[in-house]
Design a protein around this ligand. Structure first.
Ligand code: FAD
Ligand code: UDP
Length: 362
């Protein structure tokens, strides 16, 4: 059998490209996926009590792109869901992103928006140029709030000081003076009605798409007859680590079931002080609105070894990645795409948007 494309990885990058190439350009596709399922890190499945859980941690869909939303809407209906997170600090829960309610609770006084602005103004330190993840927060709210809500969480998550990480890491979280407690403010905030895995199944159900699971691409690549390769795995692995291993952060997920209706008030609690080894605890029923007498939660313990989940954004790693990127540019029939292949801290919608853009180039 001759394939037009061999695609490595059945996550968002691989699946969007496979779906478009098969359905719009009538290309024959073989996807090779090393895990035993499609969906990449967005994979979800039902636990023994019928709660839909995310095997690789909570995945909340949010985007400002109508194109991305319309594209995915062909494969799923949606449930409106606006994500809310509480930060656990000093045995109390506070809204995160920091807003005026966070300040009011923290300092036991009613902060108006104006008070919050003045407070930040009085505490912030001038940190220009903004070089790292400490600068970007301290420059907005001062060292005290940085220490309470960012310093220890970041250290746990990355095993690096915020000073050692690019500003884009902590800069992902907005800081507010109003009482908006949503984690995201994107125009489209939804969860796929039947889950991510079902959405992926519908994307990949096409006569031109074949999928091989449980297989590393290196095991089969020499036996497959294909024209072009699309690679969505870790870029350093593709090149046999010739410029050294790129650092990725991994997570050990511990799942627990409780025979109670709800354990948390919101889907996610961030453990922002150093009293616990885990960073984030997620209760999936808040995402799915399922009714059940049991509830399922995941506890995230950041680790080094294990599957590569997070590229680690800093100058040193960027430099190392660029060595690989230059190498990848020499290969005219391989496309590198996605969070691992581009070594970028992308959200799902960014990966979908990039994949759709690649297709426009064809
Ligand atoms: P992946 O989903 O990683 O897919 C790559 C696939 O390639 C994998 O299935 C892998 O098994 C396969 N593969 C790798 N190497 C090989 C090989 N050698 N041979 C064969 N197959 C291979 N984004 C959001 O928008 N919202 C969120 O709330 C959110 N939460 C997240 C929480 C966590 C804990 C993590 C880790 C990520 C989160 N993300 C979130 C980001 C989201 O997971 C990614 O943006 C998205 O999954 C990237 O898709 P991808 O196809 O690039 O990569
Ligand atoms: N962060 C933090 N405290 C929080 C939330 C986030 O210090 O309560 C920092 C931390 O470094 C984290 C980064 O901001 O890794 C990005 O947070 P986000 O919630 O976007 O992380 P992700 O969902 O990608 O794991």
């Amino acid at each position: 059998m001759k394939y037009d494309y061999l695609i490595v990885g059945a996550g968002f990058a691989g699946s969007v490209l496979a779906e478009r190439l098969a359905s719009q350009m009538n290309k024959k596709i073989l996807i090779v996926e090393k895990r035993n399922h499609i969906g990449g890190n967005a994979y979800d499945e039902y636990d023994e009590y019928g709660i839909l859980i995310h095997k690789y941690g909570p995945h909340i869909f949010h985007t400002n792109s109508k194109e991305v939303f319309d594209y995915l809407s062909q494969f799923t209906e949606w449930i409106p869901y606006e994500h809310k997170v509480l930060a656990f600090h000093n045995n109390e829960l506070y809204p995160i992103p920091i807003n005026r309610i966070t300040l009011s609770k923290l300092y036991n006084k009613d902060f108006t928006e104006e008070d919050a602005k003045k407070y930040f103004e009085s505490k912030k330190e001038n940190r220009y140029p903004i070089l790292n993840s400490e600068d970007i927060i301290v420059n907005q709210v001062g060292y005290d709030l940085f220490e309470k809500f960012y310093k220890y969480y970041t250290k746990k998550q990355w095993n690096l000081e915020p000073k050692e990480l690019s500003p884009s890491v902590c800069g992902r979280i907005p800081i507010r003076t109003n009482d908006d407690c949503r984690y995201f403010t994107d125009k489209y905030q939804f969860m796929p009605k039947d889950g991510y895995t079902k959405m992926f199944e519908r994307m990949l159900k096409h006569k031109n798409i074949e999928i091989i699971l449980n297989t590393d691409f290196k095991k089969i690549i020499n036996d497959v007859n294909y024209d072009k390769l699309i690679y969505t795995g870790p870029i350093d692995y593709f090149f046999d680590y010739k410029f050294g291993k790129l650092p990725y952060r991994s997570i050990r997920f511990e799942f627990k079931i409780f025979l109670i209706e709800f354990k948390q008030k919101t889907a996610v609690y961030n453990y922002v002080d150093n009293t616990k080894n885990y960073t984030r605890v997620s209760e999936y029923k808040h995402l799915t609105f399922q009714k059940s007498k049991s509830t399922s939660l995941s506890y995230e313990y950041p680790i080094f070894d294990g599957e590569p989940f997070y590229p680690i954004p800093n100058e040193e790693n960027k430099h190392q990645y660029h060595l690989y990127k230059m190498e990848s540019e020499k290969l005219s029939n391989v496309i590198f795409c996605g969070r691992l292949a581009e070594y970028q801290y992308y959200n799902m919608d960014q990966v979908v948007a990039n994949s759709l853009t690649i297709l426009k180039r064809f």
